[in-house]
Design a protein around this ligand. Structure first.
Ligand SMILES: *[C@@H]1O[C@H](CO)[C@@H](O)[C@H](O)[C@H]1NC(C)=O
Ligand SMILES: *[C@@H]1O[C@H](CO)[C@@H](O)[C@H](O)[C@H]1NC(C)=O
Ligand SMILES: *[C@@H]1O[C@H](CO)[C@@H](O)[C@H](O)[C@H]1NC(C)=O
Ligand SMILES: *[C@@H]1O[C@H](CO)[C@@H](O)[C@H](O)[C@H]1NC(C)=O
Ligand SMILES: *[C@@H]1O[C@H](CO)[C@@H](O)[C@H](O)[C@H]1NC(C)=O
Ligand SMILES: *[C@@H]1O[C@H](CO)[C@@H](O)[C@H](O)[C@H]1NC(C)=O
Ligand SMILES: *[C@@H]1O[C@H](CO)[C@@H](O)[C@H](O)[C@H]1NC(C)=O
Ligand SMILES: *[C@@H]1O[C@H](CO)[C@@H](O)[C@H](O)[C@H]1NC(C)=O
Ligand SMILES: *[C@@H]1O[C@H](CO)[C@@H](O)[C@H](O)[C@H]1NC(C)=O
Length: 600
């Protein structure tokens, strides 16, 4: 039997029992000892006033940010997502590799959206992964309104972590934020109007501490992090924003970098770290100060000049239990260069700890990526928004992605012709920019080199689903074959999101060992929304069975709509969640029959 969560807060429990047929199916693919963890999440609008103005944000289980998915390597995660928004929804699990299981990736090329009032149950294993990631809604600019939350994948007990167990684990989401709704913002972006300066920078959904009464209005709720002197905390920081690179720092405290997006790094102290959109870092922070006052935690925009941005600084408070008073005085200084020199050097200083084991006991560096022969090279050039057929679009190699009504993965499964072409060019072609559904034809077990060349005037970051890639080089100017001589072939960090500075390039290497169709996207929401994404198809020619089968609960749309059985009917989950026990147990149904009312 299936024991459901009955509380409205996020709850979870492990279970090694059989549920629906498709759970049975997955069990046969995974070790019997890997536990299952179940979540029941309602995604709905909630009211919040992060900058002192009431607005509609997207909550998960009523929380903004949403609950943290706290799991351990190889666990099987089952999340029943109930869409209580007024728009279709997909959650994507940013950084979770979904090995052989693109069905669960939650992006438009792999899944039909969950219609408003429907639910859909994700089921995936966090196979061979550790580290700090996050989930977010992948459609319609919804991330600009929230709907995100942290994913923590803990090491299995048998695998050593390359540092002492911290005294606490803290997740911080930093983000640019607008008072306009995600719908207004996406219309603005579609009409070619830039987003302009954000109204503020949030930390965990809260506005700034009033560090300067001339800048921050009274009455704004801020985030306080409570700590004890002498202790060491792991702080996981994610830039979940729309398009602003942020500099993160904690007054008077060192940030000892230990992990980024699933890789243990060489441990180095930083006084601040530039975190670009969609990037995640773990720092160990030791409470080694004298607590003469509280300390500022700051997230400030990078590479912007205009005075319109002075209000946009995120400030939270680090409060020691023995603190003698509130934080006061100026914020700690940001790095003062407007140019990207400091930031690029800092990025290059982030290295893989080749001797540390991650999810497996063997050292990370035993995968000697620098010795593998590259099989395919793609130089991918992005451009700022331009008009194509009268619409504002962004491109990669001159192609702006058009999401087909039938997801690519389903079109491939059902052999529906004409949905996409495997013809994404490996260079910018000498032809006009166009809107198209053009996919990269990856070679299974190939080793791909991708060079991102940023022709925009702002920092962009690019993310690949299904994989971690090695960041082997970045520099100003135009990449040439000679640039390869500068590559780090030894301890470039493996991660899933990299920044590309304006007028500069970043090179990555990726081993195509995960069959599926995988999204390669701009994490900057405005660039992404206007078409800066492509999919990478990696098919195992030996046997289709290499991938997990189509899930039984697949939602069908587009050319496959006729296969879709109607879900009972549209449900208002906020109403349903008031008596979930009554809905789910026979006992309660009996009560319901007797008394005709909900009792919880
Ligand atoms: C996550 O779960 C582990 C046990 O699996 C627990 O030790 C830890 O405190 C949890 N962390 C958070 C942030 O809930
Ligand atoms: C929706 O949730 C119900 C339980 O609340 C579950 O029985 C059903 O399978 C879910 N539907 C899908 C498509 O996941
Ligand atoms: C790398 O990991 C090893 C193994 O856990 C650890 O002993 C060492 O301190 C780490 N090195 C650095 C520079 O972080
Ligand atoms: C980092 O800084 C802390 C003090 O905040 C110090 O104790 C530690 O030794 C430094 N670690 C490294 C690797 O530099
Ligand atoms: C605490 O440290 C600050 C500088 O970090 C110093 O100015 C102050 O005098 C110290 N206070 C005490 C009580 O030691
Ligand atoms: C900011 O100012 C610097 C120096 O005045 C200039 O080089 C840079 O282009 C400006 N950046 C932006 C984003 O306006
Ligand atoms: C895609 O690549 C595979 C080799 O990996 C090749 O066999 C196939 O013909 C290619 N398909 C197209 C349409 O180019
Ligand atoms: C973009 O490309 C154009 C034409 O190739 C070039 O003149 C310009 O300098 C590039 N801009 C950036 C920021 O790379
Ligand atoms: C769902 O129910 C809640 C509470 O009863 C109500 O506020 C909300 O407007 C309803 N939503 C829809 C889309 O009907």
């Amino acid at each position: 039997m299936y024991i459901s969560s009955s509380s409205s807060s996020s709850s979870s429990y492990y279970c090694c029992i059989f549920w629906f047929n498709w759970v049975l199916c997955l069990i046969s693919f995974s070790s019997a000892t890997d536990p299952y963890v179940f979540f029941d999440w309602t995604v709905s609008y909630v009211t919040a006033s992060p900058l002192g103005v009431k607005q509609q944000v997207i909550g998960v289980e009523g929380q903004f940010p949403g609950p943290i998915l706290n799991v351990t390597t190889n666990w099987n995660v089952v999340v029943n997502v109930k869409n209580n928004l007024d728009e279709p929804l997909l959650l994507t699990w940013n950084g979770i590799q979904q090995r052989k299981n693109a069905w669960q990736d939650g992006v438009s090329g792999t899944n039909c959206p969950i219609p408003a009032g429907w639910n859909w149950t994700y089921q995936f294993q966090v196979k061979d992964q550790i580290g700090s990631f996050f989930y977010f809604p992948s459609l319609y600019f919804q991330r600009a309104a929230g709907g995100y939350g942290g994913i923590v994948i803990n090491n299995r007990d048998v695998i050593a972590v390359p540092f002492e167990t911290p005294d606490g684990d803290i997740t911080l989401f930093i983000s640019d934020w607008y008072i306009k709704s995600h719908k207004e913002l996406r219309e603005q972006v579609e009409s070619g109007v830039g987003l302009g300066a954000p109204d503020g920078i949030l930390i965990n959904g809260f506005g700034p501490y009033r560090y300067d009464s001339a800048v921050v209005p009274d009455g704004i709720a801020f985030q306080t992090i409570y700590v004890d002197p002498g202790k060491t905390y792991r702080i996981r920081v994610h830039n979940i924003g729309i398009s602003t690179s942020l500099n993160f720092r904690v007054q008077n405290h060192n940030l000892l970098l230990v992990e980024t997006e699933g890789s243990y790094t060489v441990q180095q102290n930083y006084t601040n770290m530039d975190i670009h959109v969609g990037q995640s870092y773990s720092f160990l922070v030791t409470m080694d100060q004298n607590a003469s006052s509280d300390y500022y935690i700051v997230a400030s925009p990078r590479f912007v000049n205009s005075s319109a941005w002075t209000k946009a600084i995120g400030v939270a408070i680090l409060h020691y239990s023995n603190s003698l008073g509130p934080a006061s005085g100026p914020l700690p200084d940001p790095p003062n260069e407007y140019d990207t020199y400091f930031s690029m050097n800092q990025a290059r200083s982030i290295r893989w700890n080749v001797s540390a084991g991650a999810a497996r006991p063997n050292p990370q560096g035993s995968f000697k990526y620098g010795q593998i022969t590259v099989t395919d090279v793609y130089v991918i050039l992005n451009r700022p928004p331009e008009l194509i057929d009268g619409k504002w679009r962004t491109t990669l190699n001159g192609i702006s992605y058009l999401a087909p009504s039938t997801p690519l993965k389903l079109a491939q499964q059902f052999n529906i012709p004409g949905v996409f072409k495997l013809d994404f060019p490996n260079r910018l072609m000498n032809r006009p920019a166009k809107v198209d559904t053009s996919v990269i034809n990856g070679t299974f077990k190939g080793f791909m080199e991708i060079i991102f060349q940023n022709n925009d005037t702002t920092v962009q970051s690019y993310h690949l689903d299904g994989y971690a890639f090695f960041v082997v080089g970045m520099d100003n100017g135009v990449w040439t074959e000679n640039s390869r001589s500068t590559y780090n072939k030894w301890d470039g960090v493996a991660r899933c999101t990299t920044q590309v500075f304006p007028g500069a390039w970043t090179a990555i290497l990726v081993s195509l060992d995960n069959a599926g169709i995988w999204n390669l996207r701009a994490q900057n929401l405005d660039s992404w929304h206007l078409g800066q994404e492509v999919y990478l198809s990696v098919v195992n020619p030996d046997m289709d069975k290499n991938e997990l089968p189509l899930p039984d609960n697949t939602i069908y749309c587009g050319a496959l709509s006729s296969l879709q059985k109607d879900q009972a009917q549209r449900v208002n989950f906020s109403r349903a969640s008031r008596c979930p026990v009554a809905m789910k147990t026979i006992l309660a149904a009996v009560f319901l029959a007797l008394f005709g009312t909900c009792f919880t």
